[in-house]
Design a protein around this ligand. Structure first.
Ligand SMILES: NC(=O)c1ccc[n+]([C@@H]2O[C@H](COP(=O)([O-])OP(=O)(O)OC[C@H]3O[C@@H](n4cnc5c(N)ncnc54)[C@H](O)[C@@H]3O)[C@@H](O)[C@H]2O)c1
Length: 357
């Protein structure tokens, strides 16, 4: 099989998640270039995963222009996704793009339409769709094991983003709903093939109107209730007011049973440490006392399967599965912006595009 040549733009947190996957997929992928404004991050990242023979760039535009690659993997702050994707598509490359697809619906649409026009692919990196526990849960639901699915409750939450770019709406596109809620929203849309019918939402007000994060422009608490075309209902939540580590909890309720997934605290390990473990789960403030140190967190959160799927799709020049296509990133961002509209205006939103889909 052809080794896909990958240019990674951005060498911080999400680049680390993707690099772990590339390092496990050496027969399918080769890192040929890494770009970051902070060059020390590039070396640290490459050393951590044993990458060699790659070009170093201090700007994503130069990298996209100069690097001989098949795909540009965008691990940049949200507000740069659009410009990097457009530059890569125009350079004739496919694109892997971290969530959210862009900071505005208009930018996201432009990305999707440009890819279509130029005959290239955007692969939307929604890791929940590569998560083994959720893949299994969906297979069990599809098998009828819990009867007909009638309700899903899903959330991602933690104590606040490490990224300075997550603090302003201009750079991030919103607060916790676009930053974390994008996972439950994208997951649910993928399960239902984007066939949503109506939604209603509440969020904290941002800044002084937030529950905890008063200097953050976007909201630090958000929840949406949704109905889908087949009658399934969902409550989708995100917040930055959760101490103790990142929560990724998904509950499935059917007419004949239920299923509960806990992606971050369901480790096979449980332990007590007085000096503290070196690491337990993402965003845990402390690692002393009782905790559940994660076993292969990056695999269990879905990054390896997600990246492997993209490498296979690029090799065959085909579209990704539902939920992992550029268009799905666009649909998710559209819903998130309607969640914001619903909360802001205190109204229920009905999907008037449903009939024509
Ligand atoms: N799927 C997930 O679970 C997950 C987790 C974390 C972050 N993300 C997403 O990944 C993206 C990146 O977030 P992050 O937390 O990794 O990092 P970040 O936002 O802290 O920074 C990204 C990196 O981009 C670099 N950068 C900025 N401008 C640049 C330029 N012009 N040229 C080259 N490099 C430049 C910065 O120096 C930094 O190292 C965001 O869109 C975020 O939403 C996804």
């Amino acid at each position: 099989m052809k080794q896909i040549k990958v240019l990674m733009v951005g060498a911080a947190f999400s680049a680390d998640l993707h690099s772990d996957a590339y390092a496990r997929l050496r027969d399918k992928a080769k890192i040929v270039g890494i770009a970051d404004k902070a060059p020390e991050r590039i070396k640290e990242l490459a050393d951590r995963y044993g990458f060699t023979d790659y070009e170093v760039y201090d700007d994503f535009n130069t990298a996209i222009e100069q690097c001989d690659c098949d795909v540009v993997d965008i691990c940049l702050p949200n507000f740069l996704h659009h410009d990097a994707a457009i530059a890569a598509l125009k350079r004739g490359r496919d694109v892997i793009c971290e969530k959210p697809l862009a900071t505005t619906v208009e930018d996201a649409l432009d990305m999707v339409q440009t890819a279509e026009k130029l005959g290239r692919h955007i692969y939307y990196a929604e890791d929940w769709l590569g998560c083994p526990a959720l893949t299994k849960a969906r297979a069990l639901v599809d098998s009828g094991a819990i009867g007909d699915l009638v309700f899903v409750r899903a959330r991602e939450s933690h104590c606040g983003s490490h990224s300075p770019f997550a603090q302003t709406i201009k750079f991030c596109g919103g607060g916790c709903m676009v930053h974390l809620g994008v996972h439950p929203v994208s997951f649910m849309l993928a399960m239902k093939n984007n066939q949503w019918k109506e939604l209603v939402a509440l969020t904290s007000g941002g800044g002084e109107e937030n529950l905890i994060h008063r200097t953050m422009e976007g909201e630090d608490w958000a929840g949406a209730m949704m109905k889908f075309a087949d009658g399934t209902t969902a409550i989708l939540e995100a917040n930055f007011v959760t101490s103790g580590g990142m929560e990724d909890i998904i509950d499935f309720y059917g007419t004949k049973g239920c299923l509960h997934a806990d992606l971050t605290f369901s480790s096979a390990l449980k332990g007590f440490s007085i000096p503290g473990f070196d690491y337990t789960v993402e965003k845990a403030e402390v690692t002393t006392g009782w905790s559940n140190p994660a076993v292969d967190e990056k695999f269990n959160l879905g990054y390896v399967n997600e990246i492997e799927h993209f490498m296979d799709c690029i090799a065959e020049q085909k579209e990704a599965d539902i939920g992992l296509r550029g268009i799905d990133g666009y649909e998710a961002l559209k819903v998130i912006n309607l969640i914001y509209k619903s909360a802001r205006e205190g109204i229920k939103i009905v999907n008037d595009e449903l009939e024509v889909k």
